[in-house]
Design a protein around this ligand. Sequence first.
Ligand SMILES: C[S@@+](CC[C@H](N)C(=O)[O-])C[C@H]1O[C@@H](n2cnc3c(N)ncnc32)[C@H](O)[C@@H]1O
Length: 186
Amino acid sequence: MRLTEKVHHILTNHLQEGNHAIDATAGNGYDTLFLAKQVGSSGKVTAIDIQDCAIRSTRERLDSAGLIDRVRLVREDHAIALRKLIASNQGKVAAITFNLGYLPGSDKSIQTRVESTEQALATSIQLLSPGGYLCVTAYRGHSGGAVEAETVEAFMRKSQIEGNAVDCYEPDSTNSPPILWVLNKN
Ligand SMILES: C[S@@+](CC[C@H](N)C(=O)[O-])C[C@H]1O[C@@H](n2cnc3c(N)ncnc32)[C@H](O)[C@@H]1O
């Protein structure tokens, strides 16, 4: 099973009609579309990306599926966008997904960065409801990716010590495979 499918599998068993879910790296909108289906017509998804082209692509995908009404698109650094959500959403979000790195087929210099990823993950914990899931897929093969993945690992290890359940998934490969961290908030 690919890591994206693993994320969807875990969240299919968790998300319910009426939930609020966040896609912190909307990209081409595949995860946003999945989340929008899971939360149903009374739920909502906040989809964040720093690039116009990603927001456009996500809008088109959700429009085509007839689900755009349940999605709020935010073009901003996720560290900033998530912090703005704290005032009205602290402890209320059922799931948050991060698929780090760059948008395939796009400008590779626009990629997630350690500092904002770290801040965005810390804010995500505050946004999650008890029992909520934080899923973070990190890629170690591109420049900066390995350091970012190490930062995610340190964050997850610390969160585990603080009482959250944390699992890690890695495909069998010796060639810098991606890695998925799944945190279930206590
Ligand atoms: C691997 S892609 C995400 C793929 C997406 N999950 C999908 O289903 O198509 C990573 C995305 O993160 C976005 N990104 C990079 N830095 C960001 C930041 N600081 N805040 C929000 N999005 C960022 C990129 O623009 C890119 O679209």
